[in-house]
Write a protein that binds this ligand. Structure first.
Ligand SMILES: C[S@@+](CC[C@H](N)C(=O)[O-])C[C@H]1O[C@@H](n2cnc3c(N)ncnc32)[C@H](O)[C@@H]1O
Length: 193
C-alpha cells in the first residue's frame, strides 16, 4: 500500500527486456502476478522455471494466465533446487532484501551458475540513497516482516557488490519511488567469475 504501483512498475520495466523464446528463471515471484504480465508480452514461446519457497504463493501463481508458454513450478528455496544450467534470463524481484549477507552470497552464487554467459539478470530491490525516510521505511518493513513471515534480515544486504564482483555489465536501470526502488538489467559477461 505504501509503495502504490512502484513495486509493480519496477518489474514491468524489467520484463520489457525478456527476449522471445527465452529460457527464463523467476525466483521469488510471490503471487505470480508477473506471469500474467510476462504473458501479455510473450503469449507463447517462453520456457519458464518458477521457483518460490512459499506453498501458498505457488498455489496462487499456478492460477495465472501463462498462455502457451511452458511453465515449471517448483515449490522450494532457489538455493536448494538443482536445475540445468543455461538460462537466457533470470528475474529476482525483491528477493534479496529478505536475506542476510551470507544468504545473499549463497543464493547469488547459485543463480549466477545457472545463467548462461551473455544472459540477462533482471533484478529489482530497495536501495538507500541517504534520505532519512528510506531508512525509516526499510526498518519498519523488516520489523513487520520478521513478525509476520519470520524473515532473517534486519538490514539491506549489499546487493550491488555481488554484481560488480562477478563482472556483470549494467545495460539498463530505472529508479522508482523517489529512488528508493531500483530496477537493474545486467548482462553476465564472458569474464564473469
Ligand atoms: C518480498 S516478496 C516479493 C514477491 C514478488 N516478487 C512481488 O514483488 O510481488 C519475496 C518473495 O520471495 C520468496 N522467497 C524468499 N526466499 C526465497 C528463496 N530462497 N527461494 C525462492 N523464493 C523465496 C518469498 O516467499 C516471497 O514470495
Amino acid at each position: 500500500m505504501v509503495y502504490g504501483q512502484a513495486l509493480i512498475n519496477a518489474q514491468l520495466y524489467l520484463i520489457e527486456h525478456i527476449k522471445p523464446n527465452s529460457n527464463l528463471l523467476i525466483a521469488g515471484g510471490g503471487t505470480g502476478w508477473i506471469l500474467d504480465e510476462i504473458t501479455k508480452l510473450h503469449p507463447s514461446g517462453l520456457h519458464i522455471t518458477y521457483v518460490e519457497v512459499a506453498a501458498n504463493m505457488i498455489a496462487l501463481s499456478q492460477k495465472r494466465n501463462t498462455g502457451t508458454n511452458e511453465v515449471a513450478y517448483i515449490n522450494s528455496a532457489i538455493e536448494n533446487v538443482h536445475l540445468e544450467q543455461g538460462f537466457d534470463a533470470v528475474i529476482t524481484p525483491f528477493l534479496f532484501d529478505n536475506f542476510t549477507e551470507q544468504t545473499l552470497i549463497t543464493v547469488f552464487g547459485h543463480i549466477h551458475a545457472l545463467l548462461k554467459p551473455d544472459g540477462l539478470w533482471l533484478n529489482a530491490d530497495f536501495q538507500l540513497t541517504g534520505k532519512w525516510w528510506q531508512q525509516f521505511l526499510l526498518k519498519s518493513m523488516f520489523v513487520f516482516f520478521r513478525i509476520v513471515c519470520g524473515i532473517e534480515a534486519s538490514k539491506l544486504p549489499q546487493i550491488e557488490i555481488r554484481f560488480t564482483k562477478n563482472n556483470y555489465m549494467l545495460i539498463g536501470q530505472k529508479t522508482f519511488f523517489n529512488e528508493f526502488i531500483l530496477a537493474k538489467v545486467y548482462r553476465k559477461t564472458i569474464s564473469a567469475k
